[in-house]
Design a protein around this ligand. Sequence first.
Ligand code: MG
Length: 162
Amino acid sequence: MSAFRVGIGYDIHRTAAGRRLRLAGVEIPDAPGLSGHSDADVVLHALGDALLGAAGLGDIGELFPDTDPAFAGADSRALVRDVLQRVQAAGLAVHNADVVIQAERPRLTPFKPAMRAALASLLEVGPHQVNIKAGTNEGLGAIGRGEAIACWAAVTLKQTHP
Ligand code: MG
């Protein structure tokens, strides 16, 4: 196995009134939430898939089926911790992670430092190893109409032992 491995992840969830919005494990107040079987944290789902992809371990749909009642309303931080344990068991550790959140609203800039700290803590790395980017979809499509929030994530993993 080579020293570095890269993975990507993508997820999208519909917005839903009456649900809380959680992105990267951070509660975003005064905004419509996202619909989903779990807490619908689209950032953590994309990140989980990027981690699994880099490690060659499949995807979160296989590991955490949304038909499983055990994951109803689940805190997606637990999902990422579970994935990280699998990554570590494979002799790999996170080198860095970068995410792009696509949301027409709310404006996420004020929450970036908290999201960065939350992801760094979850991934057991320093804040300088995590980057958060957030932007609108320029009014285009479902995301532009505020009907959904999407996230792309990229992760590199490094080998911890041969
Ligand atoms: Mg999802």
